[in-house]
Write a protein that binds this ligand. Structure first.
Ligand code: IMP
Ligand code: MG
Length: 174
């Protein structure tokens, strides 16, 4: 137990709430009447997705996709693949990808390319957090929650070696 890092709060649950409310208002304005499919990237987006969709009081669908990007711990393996794909037909649909964090950008770039090939009507990205200092490939984030410093984040869905996803605040470990 002593080797486990101790998370420190970066954004409180109140700050997260305000951010999710703002994003929901922006998304509602753009997607009302468009029956979008929100595609959460597992596992990190599960809590954000759950809070976000409760604020979107119009018809939409929820999907999840699972990619392998990070191995255990903090370092990206650099190799990305779809481990668990989508169940619904997405050709011609309005897709909104829901991510927990854009770090190097490699994972989300791969996913956006993968989805674009399936010919959706539209494809946009909503990310709760963005760590631009670590970017390796350019990424357009259409709906951005919080810009974060170059620290390793945990909590509110984000993990360190599968731990700390259940913390209600966004924290960092050193
Ligand atoms: P990227 O490919 O480097 O942009 O990394 C994307 C994925 O790595 C995210 O969806 C997260 O699952 C994970 N990740 C990146 N940075 C962090 C972090 O600070 N804490 C926890 N997970 C992270
Ligand atoms: Mg993720």
């Amino acid at each position: 137990m002593s080797s486990q890092p101790k998370p420190r709060i970066l954004f409180t649950r109140d700050e997260i709430d305000a951010t999710v409310n703002r994003l929901a208002a922006e998304i509602k304005k753009d997607y009302l009447g468009k029956s979008p499919i929100l595609i959460g990237v597992l596992k990190g987006s599960f809590m954000f997705m759950a809070d976000l969709v409760r604020l979107l009081d119009f018809p939409l669908e929820v999907e999840f996709i699972r990619l392998s990007s990070y191995g255990r711990g903090r370092e990206s393996s650099g190799k990305i693949k779809v481990v668990q794909g989508l169940r619904s037909e997405i050709r011609g649909r309005n897709l909104l990808v829901i991510e927990d964090i854009v770090d190097t950008g490699l994972t989300i770039s791969f996913l956006l390319d993968y989805l674009r090939k399936k010919k959706p009507a539209s494809l946009k990205l909503c990310a709760l957090t963005d760590k631009p200092s670590r970017r390796q490939t350019p990424v357009t984030i259409d709906y951005l929650g919080l810009t974060v410093p170059d620290k390793f984040l945990v909590g509110y869905g984000l993990d360190w070696d599968e731990k700390f996803r259940n913390l209600p605040d966004i924290c960092f470990v050193e």
